[in-house]
Write a protein that binds this ligand. Structure first.
Ligand code: F3S
Length: 284
């Protein structure tokens, strides 16, 4: 049997990541100070590359008072309503690159919380996308990440609930949590807000890793969707490697006689995927 290398069809930048990336790339030529509110993508190579071209990352809105005026790009993860208003009320020009799929969650959360429902967000409470989503509820929200937390959550029979998901959450895990919720609450509106790009990538990763002898997942350690791809692949393929760049894998791969599968998170630049692919094809 000879080695076969298969790159997952939808590996790399998703629609939202591409939009945010292009917004910064295009703004650089405008000749005014350019800022991103938080790192534009969860990828340190990209952030560093933009920094070298003069793009600055704003980490706290208090910085707005002392920075030279220019353009601020809101990244695809989105921001809370309070942050959005603070930004748009400032003297800076704002480009909102919030992914439309995330915007949709903001609208659902605002509407349903205004309508009286309690909001439950299934996701990682520390992820900026989730923090932003919570900030669109008019009365706060509960974030639930796993089944232990779901079991501990006490539903009030007199209240109604709306459940949304972080866009990059694992579909199977979301389904499991929803089943736990539905057993315990009668009045629950479930909105599956997992993004298609994530779903497609996860399904491809699942299929590929079932056939692979070795799987390589390329993504930044901070990238939640890359970590989820790793979890999926690792559960099907013991020899799964999670890497950020080519040098992480050079000399580490075993001799492979079967299939090597490659996939990459939504914020992984194309050139890194190509480098890894070419190395695995030609040098392993
Ligand atoms: Fe948007 Fe989905 Fe990407 S929500 S940022 S297209 S992973």
């Amino acid at each position: 049997m000879s080695k076969e290398v298969v790159l997952s069809e939808n590996a790399g930048f998703c629609f939202g990541a591409n939009r945010g990336y292009n917004a910064v790339k295009d703004a650089i030529s405008e000749g005014i100070p350019i800022y991103t509110y938080g790192p534009i993508l969860n990828n340190s190579f990209i952030v560093k590359g933009f920094e070298e071209k003069g793009v600055r990352v704003i980490n706290d809105l208090s910085e707005l008072d002392s920075l030279p005026k220019g353009k601020i790009i809101i990244r695809s993860h989105g921001v809370s309503k309070a942050e959005y208003e603070r930004l748009t009320d400032s003297d800076f020009e704002i480009f909102d690159a919030t992914c439309p799929f995330v915007k949709r969650i903001h609208r659902i959360v605002e509407k349903e919380s205004l309508g009286g429902r309690e909001i439950i967000v299934v996701g990682n409470p520390r992820h900026p996308e989730v923090c932003g989503i919570v900030g669109w509820s008019v009365k706060g929200a509960t974030v639930i990440e796993n089944s232990e937390e779901a079991d501990r959550f006490s539903f009030d029979p007199d209240k109604s609930y709306c459940v949304v998901s972080q866009t990059t959450f694992n579909r199977n895990k979301f389904q499991e949590l929803v089943e736990l919720f539905e057993k315990r609450s009668y009045n629950i509106l479930v909105m599956n807000t997992i993004c298609d790009a994530t779903g497609v990538r996860q399904t491809e990763a699942e299929e590929l890793s079932k056939r692979a002898e070795v799987m390589i997942v390329i993504g930044d350690r901070q990238s939640s969707n890359s970590k989820k791809l790793y979890e999926i692949c690792k559960s099907n393929c013991e020899q799964t490697y999670f890497i950020q760049e080519l040098s992480d894998i050079v000399g580490r791969l075993p001799k492979v006689s079967g299939l090597v599968g490659i996939t990459a998170g939504a914020s992984t630049p194309k050139y890194i995927i190509e480098e890894v692919q070419s190395y695995v094809r030609n040098d392993v």
